[in-house]
Ligand binder design. Structure first.
Ligand SMILES: [Zn+2]
Length: 152
């Protein structure tokens, strides 16, 4: 069996022990349910809502339930990227310098950095799960443009 590792040595099986177990769903539905399971295995409630958002405080990931299936995949992967990079930050800095904590005022560059990191992880998932491609990159760039405009 091929091990799902990349250059950073990240392993999906380690991060999400249950998420990649077989389901009877196919294609996009299967990927969406695997991503939801990944969020849950990180301790988050994952549910459809009006917008795509990862709340560290509430431990909740919502995704726009009305968007097209492919966009659900891209945005779920991105929000999971926030959840994963947040827990990495927590273990590195002891939870002090985290966006969303009352003792830390995020700079706009911190916000942009956390967006980029979340997308980096989303791309990693896309590579491993087979949904990385021009459509995802286009979606990512559109999202980053929105942030860039908001931040500058
Ligand atoms: Zn984001």
């Amino acid at each position: 069996m091929q091990r799902k590792t990349d250059s950073k040595g990240l392993m999906l099986e380690t991060l999400f022990p249950k998420a990649l177990c077989g389901t009877n769903l196919r294609g996009t539905d299967r990927i969406i349910s695997q991503l939801i399971e990944m969020g849950r295995s990180l301790g988050y409630v994952v549910r459809p809502g009006v917008r795509n958002c990862c709340s560290y405080g509430l431990k909740e990931i919502t995704y726009n339930g009305k968007q097209k299936p492919l966009r659900k995949i891209f945005s779920l992967a991105h929000e999971i990227g926030h959840a994963v990079t947040h827990s990495e930050c927590e273990s590195t800095w002891g939870g002090k310098a985290i966006y969303g904590h009352s003792d830390y005022v995020p700079t706009r560059w911190y916000i942009l950095e956390s967006e980029l990191k979340a997308w980096e992880f989303a791309e990693y998932l896309g590579r491993k799960m087979g949904f990385l491609g021009p459509k995802m990159m286009k979606y990512k760039h559109a999202c980053l443009r929105t942030y860039y405009r908001f931040l500058t």
